[in-house]
Design a protein around this ligand. Structure first.
Ligand SMILES: C[S@@+](CC[C@H](N)C(=O)[O-])C[C@H]1O[C@@H](n2cnc3c(N)ncnc32)[C@H](O)[C@@H]1O
Length: 281
């Protein structure tokens, strides 16, 4: 098993956050697989590698302070929205090492497709092959680059475009550029039957200027696209959206407001979360 490179690192650091969250007595979710993903990655990474350092006890927030508290809140938001949507078909784009297919109690008839790059998918498949966990849904993993043609392998795996679908894009869009994001959203819209929904998070333009995002930007992997007005932008792709109110969300889950969602922070907030449903016609 080979640990994924560059983009895949982000999947591993997110799993690390889920591992840490899952160990809290007041955890927002319990992701038993996160620990196994992190352990498999640690075994494969040099001591002096930044990722190795993060995985050996730190979280991403120690490197990017504004993200503190965000990933746990975000994951719980996606989990809650996914169950509430009740769609028979779910597609997680940029699924990374997320274990929502296992963690949540789905109707047995639900099909969950997970799409990510070939290296992340192979790493995840390798770890899952060694565990006894079984999802209550039918889970299908697809290796594809979301900047290329991913709808053909999705259809080949059994995706039904006539069935209402819930799309989950958690922590993905900041890694695509404008053209890639538009193409992805256009394809998703074309595959969304009436009754479909989407849950997503993305960056406001402020993310491009905040100091603590500088490392990701410098490596050229972050914020190729940002969205200033999420409701208008989602409307262009045929979605009627509602933004999560970060202050409410944090209060409801008894957590501090993550700095990157804080409307009172100078130049912020830098991230938004939204849930949208397909507009008729
Ligand atoms: C920050 S991680 C989030 C993963 C997962 N959604 C989660 O919450 O744990 C971003 C994921 O997007 C995936 N990704 C980024 N660009 C991609 C692309 N062009 N095609 C497929 N996956 C991509 C990465 O491989 C990575 O797994």
């Amino acid at each position: 098993m080979t640990t994924p490179e560059v983009l895949g690192y982000t999947a591993i650091t997110t799993a690390q956050d889920r591992r840490v969250e899952s160990a809290r007595p007041d955890r927002l979710f319990h992701d038993e697989l996160a620990e196994l993903f992190v352990a498999a990655a640690v075994a494969d990474i040099d001591d002096d590698h930044l990722l190795g350092w993060i995985l050996r006890g730190q979280t991403l927030a120690d490197v990017v302070p504004s993200i503190r508290g965000y990933l746990a809140l975000r994951t719980r938001y996606f989990d809650d929205q996914a169950i509430a949507a009740g769609c028979p078909q779910v597609v997680i784009v940029g699924a990374g090492l997320d274990a929502r297919a296992y963690r949540l109690t789905w109707p047995t008839t639900t099909v969950v497709f997970e799409i990510d790059t070939a290296d992340v998918t192979a790493f995840k498949t390798g770890v899952l092959a060694g565990v006894d966990h079984r999802p209550s849904c039918r889970r299908i993993a697809i290796a594809a680059d979301l900047r290329e043609d991913w709808s053909t392998p999705l259809a080949a795996a059994g995706f039904d475009r006539e069935t209402a679908t819930l799309w989950l894009a958690e922590g993905l869009l900041p890694y695509l550029d404008d053209a890639g994001t538009s193409r992805l959203m256009t394809t998703i819209a074309a595959l969304s039957a009436p009754g479909s929904g989407i849950v997503l998070d993305h960056a406001y333009p402020a993310a491009r200027t905040t100091e603590d995002n500088a490392a990701g930007r410098a490596r050229g992997v972050l914020f190729g696209s940002v969205v200033a007005d999420p409701l208008v932008w989602l409307g262009r792709f045929g979605w009627r959206a509602e933004l999560a109110d970060p202050v409410d969300l944090a209060a409801r889950l008894h957590r501090d407001l993550p700095p990157l969602l804080d409307p009172a922070r100078p130049g912020a907030p830098s991230f938004w979360l939204a849930t949208a449903t397909r507009q008729a016609g």
